[in-house]
Design a protein around this ligand. Structure first.
Ligand code: E4P
Length: 217
């Protein structure tokens, strides 16, 4: 399973990238706002740091404007994946970018039907938003399972990029189903290392070691 970081925070990306854990990065307009950076500058910085795909999102609504924006963003670096919304215009732009030879991430996917269209339009990645489905009391993991089954039935090569990940449980659920990639905030990735029994066990070992009066080295 590939790990993408869902952030435009370069310091957080650097920390995990130095551990060799970052296979790519996803950004969106809200994350660019949160980072408080210019989209082209911050995207160039991320692309120089991370060798895998870095998603940069278009903001236009009409296909022709998305195509202009996406081609502009693609000039930032070779590892840009142009991110388009799952609208009819977004699918048209996806086809144009795929024909250009660019990677495309089709975002804001909430149904298997939408995921089929993205694959047909040549998407490199489809981003089903599981957390936002859970927010409205639907099961985001069910969507990942449906898309996995359909893509496998027909051998679609579009990679399932489970997005809107809010917890470690989300990661484990979609890993069991077979999502190709997850994109998660850095804090969710680091919290994968936490377990209450690890903390408790370490506390005990530390206390017992102090009683031995020994030192290592
Ligand atoms: C995906 O590429 C999006 O940037 C992201 O996962 C959205 O997550 P959110 O629902 O937590 O905003």
């Amino acid at each position: 399973m590939k790990f993408f970081l869902d952030t435009a925070d370069v310091n957080a990306i650097r920390e995990l990238n130095d551990l060799g854990m970052v296979d790519g990065v996803t950004t969106n307009p809200s994350l660019i706002l949160k980072a408080g950076r210019n989209i082209e500058e911050v995207t160039a910085e991320i692309c120089a740091m991370v060798s895998g795909p870095v998603s940069a999102e278009v903001v236009a609504e009409k296909a022709e404007d998305m195509i202009r924006e996406g081609r502009h963003l693609a000039k930032i670096a070779k590892n840009i994946a142009i991110k388009v919304p799952l609208t009819w215009d977004g699918l048209k732009a996806c086809r144009a970018f795929a024909d250009d030879g660019h990677m495309v991430n089709v975002t804001l996917c909430f149904s298997p039907a939408q995921a089929i269209l993205a694959a047909k339009a040549g998407a490199t990645f489809i981003s089903p938003f599981i957390g936002r489905l859970d927010d409205i009391h639907l099961d985001g993991a069910d969507l990942i399972a449906d898309i996995r089954e359909i893509y496998d039935n027909y051998g679609y090569e579009t990679q399932i990029l489970a997005a809107s990940i809010r917890s470690v449980n989300h990661i484990i659920e979609v890993a069991k189903i077979g999502a190709d990639v997850i994109t998660a905030p850095p804090a969710v990735i680091t919290s994968m290392a936490k377990h209450i029994l690890t903390d408790k066990g370490l506390e005990q070992f530390t206390a017992d070691w102090a009683k031995t009066g020994q030192k290592i080295g």
